[in-house]
Design a protein around this ligand. Structure first.
Ligand code: DQA
Length: 146
């Protein structure tokens, strides 16, 4: 069984409460349960980590990367300006896929830029919670390559 870590950044702990028209009614726990179940179908064990703190996300990546075959990251707003998270992704050999619930290209101008994309194998956005499942499929393809 492969192991994947899902990292969620700031404000994603407020899913189901924040901007429901964009992010939906489901809580992060609901979404994580869905991702876990979909992961099982793909023979992938999924663990979850959420933090509102940039440094905590960096510490998590650097402490635990060796325990995972791949990492899905929704860095929230850090996506758009955190060179520190970009560097953290590059500091470890684990493959990352960037995911977003919303379509970051159809929203405010500042969301169109992701400074972490370049450090990731690819990016998936705009499919709600299914973005994470597509990310698991993408990582599975990457695992098969190695
Ligand atoms: C988000 C998009 C970001 O622009 C925003 O700051 C988030 C969530 C998404 O999943 O759509 O917090 O990453």
């Amino acid at each position: 069984m492969k192991k994947v870590l899902v990292i969620n950044g700031p404000n994603l702990n407020f899913l189901g409460k924040r901007e429901k028209g964009i992010y939906g009614e489901e809580s992060l726990e609901d979404i994580n349960n869905y991702i876990r179940a979909q992961g099982e179908k793909l023979f992938i064990h999924v663990d979850f980590y959420q933090s509102n703190f940039e440094g905590s996300i960096i510490d998590k990546i650097q402490k635990d990367y060796m325990n995972y075959d791949g990492i899905l990251i929704n860095a929230g707003a850090f996506t758009h300006y955190s060179y520190a998270i970009y560097d953290a992704i590059l500091s470890v050999p684990t493959k990352f896929v960037e995911v977003h619930l919303s379509n970051i290209f159809s929203r405010e101008e500042f969301r169109k830029q992701s400074v972490i994309s370049k450090a990731c194998v690819g990016s998936i956005c705009g499919f709600g919670k299914f973005s994470y499942v597509l990310g698991l499929h993408a990582l599975k393809e990457i695992f098969l390559e190695v």
